[in-house]
Write a protein that binds this ligand. Sequence first.
Ligand SMILES: Nc1nc2c(c(=O)[nH]1)N[C@H]1C(S)=C(S)[C@@H](COP(=O)(O)OP(=O)(O)OC[C@H]3O[C@@H](n4cnc5c(N)ncnc54)[C@H](O)[C@@H]3O)O[C@H]1N2
Ligand code: MOO
Length: 401
Amino acid sequence: MISSPLEQDRPWHIAHRTAAHIAAPLPLTHVALDAARGCTLARDISALIPVPAFDTAAMDGYAVSGEPPWTVVGCVLADRTANAPALTEGTAVEIATGAPVPAGASGVLPHERAERVGDTVTGPVAPGQHIRRRGEECAEGTSVLMAGSRVTPAAQGLVAGLGHDTLPVHPKPRVSVLVTGDELITTGLPRHGEVRDAIGPMLTGIIEHAGGILTGYDHLGDTAEKLAGGLVSAARSADAGNSDALVVCGASSAGPADHLRAVLHDAGAEMLVDGVACRPGHPQLLARLPEGRPVVGLPGNPYAALVAALTLLTPVLDALSGRQQPSLRRLPLSGEVTAHARDTRVITARDAGNHLVAVGRDKPGLLWGAALADVLAVVPPQWTGAPVEVLDLPGVPRGAL
Ligand SMILES: Nc1nc2c(c(=O)[nH]1)N[C@H]1C(S)=C(S)[C@@H](COP(=O)(O)OP(=O)(O)OC[C@H]3O[C@@H](n4cnc5c(N)ncnc54)[C@H](O)[C@@H]3O)O[C@H]1N2
Ligand code: MOO
């Protein structure tokens, strides 16, 4: 039985949470360090080597042994061949920062504190001064990153320094997108009856920001057959390993060309969110194909599609990537805001640091306000002014103002 969208509309928070629990994380795979950026760690990571890996000079100067004065007997640089003989009492070697400190050294005297005449050097050095001891910053085997954390550029640098070449991660979910609509064109000026596709161009960035990869993109016509065919071939390519989730844009409502619900029903899909009580974006949906793959249906109106992408698609990709759903921060909201009696409103806003200011220009059909905004504000039904939850907009730096 296919119901009309409005009858089934789920409260916004429930829809958001349902999407976050739709799927288990994709199975662990080992990927090269560079490819791991943005992925979620599937296991804790520990140090394969100590840091520093050997006793090392923390300053350019002289590694000395015993009390001054010292006779300079050589020079040690930070390279892999450095293998200086042990120092005996009263001797020193010139040493570079990072070079292995020879056995027998009692400290390192920085150049700027050293007085050197010929081969003799003197200066003040406390025992052990300016020597970084093996394992002092991180002992071998220490657990440094937890499973579930995201691989950031700093994390890549950290684990490279600790000897890793690959990382165990949940891979980035691959997403196939089907854009419906006979009226859509993808370049140039639309003629009468035509509309430029505004959803496709924003989806790649949204998917990437959510930690996924766009692996398939198709424009379909408006018939049920084309949509069913598109779903089948997208699902086939998914079987071939090309996608972990499907997104359908448009065809989500009740019009003569809106076949998504019927096609999903015929495909045996389980409908998990059949409309959301939010404005814009109420016809959005979330389903699971019989083999388990999630399908997110975005409404055709572009701003409604953006709201739906941040409501359902982002949490689905978080779930597949093994990322914990971040709890949304709350901020006070000012400006022209009219709450709805029954539905959540998702509106465009600027982030002024400790409060939000409504941007407006957020009618369903145009992304104008969204392109000017830093965030979307989630305004609950019958809102009377309490702080609201904040959805970060993909690609906008935090604290953009
Ligand atoms: N009887 C009802 N009609 C509508 C309802 C409803 O509840 N009952 N909901 C309205 C709402 S809200 C929305 S949103 C739209 C959703 O429509 P669909 O998802 O079925 O999408 P279409 O009908 O294909 O298109 C709607 C609109 O958006 C334009 N569009 C579609 N795709 C794109 C795209 N990729 N880029 C730019 N613009 C796009 C399309 O040309 C239409 O103008 O339904 C309402 N109707
Ligand atoms: O999703 Mo629609 O208005 O709510 O554009």
